[in-house]
Write a protein that binds this ligand. Sequence first.
Ligand code: DC
Length: 214
Amino acid sequence: MHIVAIDGPAGSGKSSVSKACAKALGFGYLDTGAAYRALTYAIQNLGLIVTQRSADQIATDFQYSISLNPNDYWVKVGELDLTYEIRSPEVGAGVSEFAVLPQVRQFMLNLTRSLVESSGLQGVLVEGRDITTKVFPEAKTRILLTASEEVRLGRRSAELPEGTIVADQVTKRDQNDSKVVDFLVPAEGVILVDSSELDFDQTVRAITALVVNK
Ligand code: DC
């Protein structure tokens, strides 16, 4: 199986670029941030408890499923479809608090590996913060996708309602998240793709070419 690991900060265009690359390559697409978001939603709204719990207990209590099909993306907890709910500002503001917990990170690592390994796909593009370094350090292709802070803030603000304070949502979250995993500097052997000067199609082409040339 060809695993493509892509890490990067909020607003780097990682999710939309990764999805487009997966479609172009005929690969599966796994958005690992969705599980952190769904877990946060379940804690906030469904009574899920993760403190004082082990990774295995979280796996029992949190019935998570996600589509790896880049043409049909959905996220569920039990029978509940949360594809849109996990993008809310409440979830975005709460997610870092739970993403730092060691038992949550251990659960996510096990979950991500098992989703990929049981997929039966010939290739999967896995996107997140610690994929190149912790989850799949042996992936065939490993990429860190970045963009300057200015460009990232601009891209995020284009996605949100006018007047939203984007710096709070992007910069603060990155500051919190990067205390646990370093996704701003490429680890050894990880290819850095800086999309500050590239448009969407150019970024997709650059990454697709890196994968094809492996
Ligand atoms: O990619 P995203 O913005 O949907 O991710 C949501 C949160 O999940 C982000 O604030 C950090 C966390 N996360 C993580 O810690 N490790 C990952 N591999 C993916 C996401």
